[in-house]
Write a protein that binds this ligand. Structure first.
Ligand code: SAM
Length: 379
């Protein structure tokens, strides 16, 4: 299965779909593969460098249960385990949200933004998979009807029909948290639309273009540009319109493009904050995960900070899930202090993955929790 030539820089991540198969039984389909101790060993094998196992190796991820990494050249899609839906090809970063949400076996979970369904099926596997119960389930919202069709297919393929109720074409922001169905929901997974600036193009193994105005450590105030504003919560910023006089010097045009890109990020951030705010109103909710595949602080730490400042967060006692409280405390790359107004606790609660360097796409994740009483009867 291994193609060693022109090996790309990220491994092939394979999540064992415990709705259909266990890790032990999956590994029987890889009889001549040897387990290695580090991701570097997987990538060494990918470069065709001779190892004892001759390139046929796998690595068991220490952060996410039932997740394996293989050398990138492996063609899993022709293997029975893929054809039968026993594995899901899912980047490690994309597996972190359901792992951090870590719903107890009988929980009711909402996936607010589900298609194509990677995290939905992962959450269902945690609930109904090996050792799980059949009592709870996942309610999967997907606003875009076309994408909802893809979601339905993925749910069926993963054997998730009994565990997952799909809400095709439904807007999570219009969901009524106090309805009979939703008032029992304790866990919410939010993975809303984002700029996708952390996505690594698997075909080219390169990064998609990233707006220039942001540096690794924050937002550059370019050429007298406005400082990054806090995302507006209720009134998303309108994307900037390119002015008629933008056809002047190249520099001016460049600046205008950057303004448009920045305005888009702020508009996304306003939407993302609104999604968290809505999730925070669910009467029995105890835990929320918020994630993006963006590397921009505007959509990440700044959204977390804005969400913590909302009235609903303060009234209902929502706070970040501290680094030491979550199952991913060992994950090293955390949020940026300077984007959290120097609040080290909040920054440490945030999880970042850098594209390629951390073995996959660029990603951001933060959990919110509250301990308060069930206030479902509250007005
Ligand atoms: N979590 C998915 C996965 O891992 O497979 C990817 C989700 S994708 C980043 C965001 C999805 O949210 C899109 O399919 C989009 O159509 C959907 N979406 C955006 N706004 C929504 C809303 N208000 N309610 C429900 N779905 C929404």
């Amino acid at each position: 299965h291994i193609a060693s030539e022109s090996a790309p820089k990220i491994p092939r991540w394979v999540r064992v779909n415990t709705l259909k198969c266990s890790l032990t039984s999956l590994l029987t389909q890889f009889p001549d593969y040897a387990k290695v101790d580090t991701l570097e060993d997987v990538m060494t094998a990918a470069k065709g460098i001779k190892t004892k196992a001759g390139g046929r190796v796998y690595y068991v991820d220490p952060y996410v249960k039932d997740l394996l990494a293989f050398p990138p050249g492996i063609d899993i899609t022709t293997m029975p385990c893929y054809i039968k839906g026993e594995v899901i090809l899912q980047d490690r970063s994309s597996c972190l949200p359901a792992a951090l949400l870590d719903p107890p076996k009988e929980a009711w979970v909402v996936d607010a933004t589900s298609a194509p369904g990677n995290k939905t099926t992962h959450a269902a596997a945690i609930l109904h998979g090996a050792g799980g119960s059949r009592k709870g389930g996942v309610i999967a919202y997907e606003k875009d009807p076309r994408r909802a069709e893809i979601l339905k297919r993925m749910v069926t393929r993963a054997g998730g029909d009994v565990a997952i109720t799909v809400r095709p074409g439904e807007d999570f922001l219009k969901a009524r948290p106090k309805s009979d169905e939703l008032s029992r929901v304790t866990h919410l997974l939010l993975d809303p639309s984002c700029s996708g600036s952390g996505i690594v193009s698997r075909a080219e193994y390169s990064l998609l273009p990233i707006p220039e105005f942001e540096t690794k450590t924050g937002t550059k105030r370019k050429r007298g540009g406005k400082p990054a504003a806090k995302p507006a919560v209720t009134a998303p910023a309108k994307p900037a319109v390119i002015a008629d006089d933008a056809e002047g010097a190249d520099g001016e045009q460049e600046e205008t493009k950057q303004d448009v890109a920045e305005a888009r990020l702020h508009s996304l951030a306003a939407f993302q904050t609104e999604m968290i705010q809505h999730a925070m109103t669910f009467p029995s909710a105890r835990k929320i995960t918020y994630s993006t595949c963006s590397i921009h602080a505007i959509e990440n730490e700044q959204v977390v900070m804005a969400a913590l400042q909302t009235k609903v967060a303060k009234r209902r006692g929502w706070r970040v899930l501290g680094r030491e409280e979550g199952v991913l405390s060992e994950w090293e790359r955390r949020g940026l202090d300077e984007e959290c107004a120097g609040d080290h606790h909040v920054a440490q609660a945030c999880i970042r993955a850098n594209p390629i360097e951390d073995g996959g796409i660029g990603f951001f994740l933060c959990g919110f929790v509250r301990e308060g009483e069930d206030d479902s009867k509250e007005e």
